[in-house]
Ligand binder design. Structure first.
Ligand code: ASP
Ligand code: MG
Length: 272
């Protein structure tokens, strides 16, 4: 059984948050043999990095901006690996490039064309918790790219596809997906299940719970998604949160596809 867990910026807002989510991960590791975790940058880190760039250049070269903002997720993966180590769990962090997240060349708006998780697999087989930086990849030209704001969700799903995960769990500061934003709408209704298409239309109407592209990618690959709260304590139950999918039945042999078709020529990746 393979699980991908995704923690967003709110879940890693302060140094103390890392110990808390290390705990959540340790609990899930009792139920899944292989666990890969994707994290976003801490709270406002990405905005801070963009503001920093703009102090130096009013409209920074996109290649250099990607080089800079990809650092946000790198801070999170290393701190989470340290928090897991502090609680006695074996864990190892990887950048997007090290994880083999291959993207198109559009800086700040790249699409995932393929995942080559060769470095992750031995670590997973050795029973380590694998931690992957969200939001970033490497282009066919070997350049560091980012996927667009909110793109870590799409990293998590692409990784779920590549690892043939049973599901991807998204840990949020709300219980799941609601009919309206639960902050400010006390009567908002929590959905226990949504089809991929219904989730896409809710997100297109402005709900910011998930990156829309991640739901489309999950649909293509029949990968179930589960949106749950990171504020919860104790074991996660199937009945909690919001499931997105269509009663998928998964087989290990399933064909996979990513956001964009890959080119026929795939040589020249010695560094990946
Ligand atoms: N850190 C990036 C952002 O703020 C990506 C993400 O959080 O998903 O947009
Ligand atoms: Mg997000």
């Amino acid at each position: 059984m393979t699980l991908v867990m995704k923690f967003g910026g709110a879940a890693v807002a302060t140094p103390k948050h890392f110990a808390k989510i290390a705990d959540v991960i340790a609990r899930r590791s009792r139920h899944f043999q292989r666990i890969a975790v994707v994290v976003s940058a801490m709270a406002n880190k990405t905005d801070e990095l963009i503001a920093l760039a703009k102090e130096v250049h009013p409209s920074p070269p996109r290649r250099e901006l990607d080089m800079l903002v990809s650092v946000g997720e790198r801070i999170s993966i290393s701190l989470l690996a340290m928090a897991l180590a502090a609680s006695g769990k074996e864990a190892i962090s990887f950048t997007g490039s090290q994880s083999g997240i291959i993207t198109t060349t559009q800086h700040a708006d790249a699409r995932i064309v393929e995942v080559r998780p060769w470095r992750l697999l031995p670590a997973l087989e050795a029973g380590k918790i694998v931690i992957v930086a969200g939001f970033q990849g490497v282009s066919r030209k070997g350049e560091i790219t980012t996927l667009g704001r909110g793109g870590s969700d799409t990293t998590a799903v692409a990784l779920g596809v590549a690892l043939r995960a049973d599901k991807v769990e998204f840990y949020k500061d709300v219980e799941g997906i609601y009919s309206e934003d639960p902050k400010g709408h006390p009567g908002a209704q929590l959905f226990s299940r949504l089809s991929y298409d219904d989730a896409v239309s809710l997100l297109s109407q402005g709900a910011k719970v998930l990156h829309t592209r991640c739901v489309k990618l999950a649909k293509k690959n029949h990968l179930p998604l589960h949106v749950v709260s990171f504020l919860r304590a104790g074991e996660l139950k199937d009945a909690e949160g919001t499931w997105i999918g269509e009663n998928e039945s998964l087989s290990d042999e399933r064909e996979v596809s990513y956001e964009e078709e890959r080119h026929v020529e795939t040589t020249g990746f010695a560094h990946v």
